[in-house]
Design a protein. Structure first.
Length: 239
């Protein structure tokens, strides 16, 4: 076999392996949606479609890639995590995002939640306090053509006032109290989905109607604590 023929054969083999890998992950993703999300009551078809579409395995370090669609959080860089798929789906469904709405995410983490949000609307803003993590997420999101996600390195407690108001805000790290700036940056009719508490938190849905915040508790969750100059604790985004 000539050298050129050998190179062509190698390229063909790699392409086949890539196709097989993509097909395997698609099957795992579909199984994840059916067994972890639909079976547990996620009903919003747009959310389910987004969860089927976003390649979670590309937001996970290679060492954990075979576990990408498992029913659990996984480690990412900078001692952080990517959340359990079910929790991502629950928080996204609670936010009730319409296509023309503007969404703020606090805690970019791996970028996975931002990608899911981007499947639902065309205006996503995300804040990450850990600079290297933000830079990694930007690179992944850009490589997957999620160009409508804007990521800023900064303190999520303060929100993004120059881009407010937001129709929905999703927080993926836990303050001990709801940050007032985030409530202030909600648009009329806006929804804030946030875990609040210490080691274990209440996942809360806060909706602004007639200028008044209406607050409901969904269930108990466990996120890493919010950090920054306005809060106490250690760690950051559970994404």
């Amino acid at each position: 076999m000539s050298r050129l023929a050998a190179v062509i054969a190698f390229i063909s083999l790699v392409a086949c392996m890539s196709d097989e890998s993509d097909s395997r992950y698609r099957l795992q993703r579909e199984s994840m949606v059916e067994s972890q999300l639909v079976a547990r009551g996620i009903k919003d078809e747009r959310v389910l479609r987004a969860m089927r579409s976003v390649p979670r395995h590309l937001f996970v370090p290679k060492a954990f890639r075979d576990e990408s669609y498992s029913d659990c959080p996984l480690p990412i860089s900078n001692s952080q995590t990517i959340s359990q798929p079910y929790i991502v789906a629950v928080m996204t469904e609670l936010a009730q995002i319409a296509p023309n709405e503007k969404v703020l995410e606090i805690g970019t983490g791996s970028g996975y939640q931002a990608a899911v949000l981007s499947e639902l609307c065309d205006s996503v803003f995300s804040i990450e306090i850990i600079a290297p993590l933000a830079e990694e997420a930007i690179a992944i999101l850009d490589s997957l053509n999620y160009h409508d996600v804007r990521v800023k390195i900064g303190d999520g407690f303060a929100g993004w006032p120059e881009m407010a108001p937001f129709d929905a805000i999703i927080v993926t790290c836990a303050p001990t109290e709801v940050p007032a700036p985030l409530m202030n940056q909600l648009a009329e009719g806006g929804r804030l989905v946030i875990p609040v508490g210490d080691e274990w938190q209440d996942l809360r849905l806060m909706t602004k109607r007639g200028g008044v915040i209406h607050d409901s508790t969904i269930f108990s969750v466990r996120f890493v604590p919010m950090t920054g100059p306005n809060v106490d604790g250690a760690g950051d985004s559970d994404k």
